[in-house]
Ligand binder design. Structure first.
Ligand SMILES: *Cc1c(COP(=O)(O)O)cnc(C)c1O
Length: 242
């Protein structure tokens, strides 16, 4: 049986190979192990194998698991955040990758200001413009970043994150990854913030994402195997059919 440790080692080799192909230094790419639906014991194996961060997409699931595990490394929220979960999210996560609208930024800002705590965040961009997905539209990204910089001193902008439209062939994700990189360059130039992290690439397409500049890859199944339960839908249905 393949262990989590073996899978992490294989993934590190694939990350290194993708870095070599694109002339990048492997130290530029951080591995976020996405442990949604996985039990705390599996997360503990990934921690022992030396992943750089843990990613979870549901606040309550992470809140239940994290107390069972050692404090390091940082935990990233990678799923959508509702206003009413913001306080709980701040108690669980070290990084929020999914800031996608001024209202959620303002909510986090007021909670963080009260704690005198600064939180690293990413702005999630809906690069494919898919109506069912969260993320700010590419055209509105600069305005949201300016909102963070001007109005949210307790949110430290670290970069941009995206989940591009699903493709069977990972090569077809390449233009979306390239689009996030160029958006990041434009935002950095327009605002004067330094280099921005790019959180992009999942199990099926992380090598393409690295070739296009990813600095954080979010990997679930390639590390933990298939999920234990079906992942929740990204958004609850708008109406309940009876
Ligand atoms: C589940 C998830 C991942 C990991 O997906 P895999 O295909 O299992 O690697 C990455 N990012 C987000 C936002 C996710 O929800």
């Amino acid at each position: 049986m393949t262990t989590v440790a073996q899978r992490v080692a294989e993934v590190r080799q694939r990350i290194a190979a993708a870095c070599r192909r694109s002339g990048r230094d492997v130290s530029e790419v951080r591995l976020v192990a996405v442990s949604k639906t996985q039990p705390a014991a599996a997360v503990a194996e990934a921690l022992a194998a030396g992943v750089d961060a843990i990613g979870e997409n549901r606040v309550q699931e992470a809140a239940a698991k994290r107390p069972l595990l050692p404090p390091d490394p940082p935990w990233h929220l990678i799923g959508p955040l509702q206003q009413n979960k913001a306080r709980l999210a701040l108690g669980v996560f070290d990084v929020i990758e999914t800031v996608d609208r001024p209202a959620i930024a303002d909510r986090l800002e007021s909670l963080l200001a009260a704690e005198q705590r600064v939180l690293p965040v990413l702005v999630e961009v809906n690069v494919g413009g898919e109506p069912q997905k969260s993320g700010v539209a590419p055209a509105d990204t600069l305005a949201l970043v300016e909102h963070l910089l001007q109005r949210c001193p307790h949110l430290r902008l670290e970069g941009l994150m995206t989940v591009p439209p699903y493709q069977v062939d990972p090569e077809r994700s390449r233009p979306f990854f390239a689009a996030l990189r160029s958006l990041g360059e434009r935002v950095a130039a327009a605002t004067g913030v330094g280099r921005l992290e790019l959180s992009m690439g999942m199990s099926e397409d992380f090598e393409v994402a690295i070739e296009e500049g990813a600095t954080w890859v979010r990997l679930g199944r390639v590390i933990f195997g298939e999920r234990r339960t079906p992942p929740p839908p990204p958004h609850p249905p708008a109406t309940v059919l009876v």
